[in-house]
Design a protein around this ligand. Structure first.
Ligand code: NAD
Length: 457
C-alpha cells in the first residue's frame, strides 16, 4: 500500500503537467477500449458478482457514460476570467488537480462505480489509488489494464486490495488528498469522519430506502412492470432499487396483480439466458435478507410472496433468495427501517399523496424516489415537496446521465460535491485565482508574427 502511495505521488509530478488535450485523448481511447471489451467485462461481472448478463452490460455501459463525460474536460475544467477589475488589472481562476486521490468501491457495481471515480480524477490531472470491493475486484482490475492500454502512464492509477486495513490506510495517509467512497452506511460514515479529520476532501455515497409512490390514476400495467423491474432487478442489490412501494388510496387493489407478475420471475444463475434474478453476493447477505423477511412476519406484516426457501436446481447451496413481497408494512417495522439489499419489495398503504410525501420525508435516507401518475399537478406537487435528491416521475430509477450529478441526499450522502457532472470535476480540483497588473504605460513593442497555423500538442 505504501508502494502504491509512493508511486501515485511520483506519477502525479509528471501527469499534472501533461496537457489537457493529451489527457482528453486517453479518455477517448479508454472509451473505445471499454466498448471493445464490453462483453468480456460483463461476463467477468456475471461470473464474479452473479448479476445477469444484460444487467452486467448495463453496469459497464453506465460507467462508460462517465468516461464519455470525462472527454468534455476541455470545457469542464475551464476557469473564469474577469478582465479590468481595476485599471490594467485582470483576475482569472484556474482549476488545478489535488494530487493523489483514492476511490473505495462497493461490490454491487464492479465496473460502474470504479468508472465514476478514476476517469474524472485522472482526466483532471490527479492520480488515483483504487480499492475495489474485496468481494469482486475483477472488473476494476480489467478496467485499469484498459486504462494502461489507453495511454495512461504507470503510477497514475494504482489498485490496492483488502478491507478495513486498506480503507484505514487511505483515510490516514498524508499524501492522499481526497477520497471517493460508495458503499454502506457504516463504512461510509467511518471513512467520512476519519478522512475529514485528517484534512481530506471526502464524498461518501451510502445506503438507501427508495420509495415508489403509486397514485390510482397511474397507468396500471406500465407501473406494475416498472415496480417489478426496479425492485427485483439485480436481485435488489442496487442502491437505487425501488424497494418500498407506497400505494395511495385505491391503487393498493393492484397488489394481487403485482404478485402474479413477480411470481413469474425466474431465479437462476446470472449467466443462464432468461434469468431474471441471480444470486446474492454472499451467504452473509442471504442471511441478512432472510432475517429481515422473518422480522416482517413476526412484526405483523403480511408476506404475500415468500422467496425464503427458493431452490435452484444444480445450485442447492447458492445464495439465492426468491422474489418476496411484504404488504401492510408500517414505518416502525424493521423491514421498513433497515436497508434489505435483496429481492424484497416492502409495500405500505396511505390515503393521500401528501401522506406519502410526509412518510418519505420522515425516512432518514434521500437517495431516490419515484411517483407513478398521469396527473401533472400531482407530479409537480410531489417534485416540489419531496426531500429526496433524485426524483423520478414515471421513471422508477432516476439516476441522471453524467452531464448531471448523482445527487443522493440526507442520510444517503455525506460531503459537499457529488459524483460526476460538474460537481465531480469540482470535487477533484481546487481553485487558484490569479490577479495580474500589466500597466499600459509599460507596454513593450509587439513581437514578430508567427505565420504558420499553430499546432497544439
Ligand atoms: P460496504 O460498505 O460493505 O463496502 C464498501 C467498501 O467499504 C468496500 O470496499 C469494503 O471493503 C469497505 N468496508 C466495508 N466495511 C467496512 C468497515 N467496517 N470499515 C472500513 N471499510 C469497510 O458496501 P457493499 O456491501 O459492498 O455495498 C452495498 C452498499 O453500498 C449498500 O448499502 C448500497 O446502498 C450502497 N451503495 C450506495 C450507492 C450510492 O451511490 N449511494 C451505490 C452503490 C452501493
Amino acid at each position: 500500500m505504501n508502494a502504491a502511495a509512493e508511486s501515485s505521488k511520483r506519477a502525479f509530478q509528471s501527469w499534472r503537467k501533461t496537457s489537457i488535450i493529451t489527457r482528453q485523448q486517453t479518455m477517448f481511447n479508454l472509451q473505445h477500449l471499454i466498448k471493445r471489451d464490453l462483453k468480456k467485462l460483463a461476463e467477468n461481472i456475471t461470473i464474479e458478482q452473479g448479476k445477469t448478463l444484460p444487467d452486467a452490460e448495463g453496469d459497464v455501459s453506465r460507467g462508460l457514460q462517465v468516461v464519455e463525460h470525462a472527454c468534455s474536460v476541455t470545457t469542464l475544467q475551464m476557469g473564469e476570467t474577469m478582465p479590468n477589475i481595476s485599471k490594467d488589472m485582470d483576475t482569472y481562476s484556474i482549476r488545478l488537480p489535488l494530487g493523489v486521490t483514492a476511490g473505495i468501491c462497493p461490490f454491487n457495481f464492479p465496473a460502474m462505480v470504479p468508472l465514476w471515480m478514476f476517469p474524472l480524477a485522472l482526466v483532471t490531472g490527479n492520480t488515483m489509488i483504487l480499492k475495489p470491493s474485496e468481494q469482486d475486484p475483477g472488473a476494476a482490475m480489467k478496467l485499469v489494464e484498459l486504462a494502461k492500454e489507453a495511454g495512461i502512464p504507470d503510477g497514475c492509477v494504482n489498485v490496492i486490495h483488502g478491507q478495513h486495513e486498506a480503507v484505514n490506510f487511505i483515510c490516514d495517509h498524508p499524501d492522499i488528498r481526497a477520497i471517493s467512497f460508495v458503499g454502506g452506511d457504516q463504512a461510509g460514515r467511518h471513512i467520512y469522519e476519519r478522512g475529514s479529520k485528517n484534512g481530506k476532501r471526502v464524498q461518501s455515497n451510502m445506503g438507501a430506502k427508495n420509495h415508489g409512490v403509486v397514485l390510482p390514476d397511474a397507468s396500471k400495467e406500465a407501473t406494475l412492470n416498472q415496480l417489478t423491474a426496479a425492485a427485483f432487478g439485480a436481485a435488489g442489490q442496487r442502491c437505487m432499487a425501488l424497494t418500498t412501494a407506497v400505494f395511495v388510496g385505491e391503487s393498493k387493489k393492484w397488489l394481487p396483480d403485482l404478485v402474479e407478475k413477480v411470481k413469474k420471475l425466474k431465479v437462476d444463475a446470472g449467466w443462464k439466458p432468461n434469468t431474471d434474478i441471480g444470486p446474492l453476493i454472499s451467504n452473509q447477505s442471504k442471511q441478512r435478507v432472510l432475517r429481515l423477511i422473518e422480522s416482517a412476519k413476526k412484526e405483523g406484516a403480511k408476506v404475500l410472496l415468500d422467496g425464503s426457501n427458493v431452490k435452484v436446481p444444480g445450485f442447492e447451496n447458492g445464495n439465492f433468495v426468491g422474489p418476496t413481497i411484504i404488504a401492510d408494512a408500517q414505518p416502525n417495522m424493521t423491514c421498513y427501517k433497515e436497508e434489505i439489499f435483496g429481492p424484497v419489495l416492502v409495500a405500505l398503504s396511505v390515503d393521500t399523496l401528501d401522506e406519502a410525501i410526509d412518510l418519505i420525508n420522515k425516512n432518514p435516507y434521500g437517495n431516490g424516489t419515484a411517483l407513478f401518475t398521469t396527473n401533472g399537478v400531482a407530479a409537480r406537487r410531489f417534485t416540489d415537496l419531496i426531500d429526496v435528491g433524485q426524483v423520478g416521475i414515471n421513471v422508477p430509477i432516476p439516476v441522471p446521465l453524467p452531464m448531471f450529478s448523482f445527487t443522493g441526499s440526507r442520510g444517503s450522502f455525506l460531503g459537499d460535491a457529488n459524483f460526476y457532472g460538474k460537481a465531480g470535476v469540482n470535487f477533484y480540483t481546487q481553485l487558484k485565482t490569479v490577479t495580474q497588473l500589466w500597466r499600459s504605460e509599460d507596454a513593450s513593442p509587439e513581437a514578430k508574427p508567427q505565420m504558420a497555423f499553430p499546432q497544439l500538442k
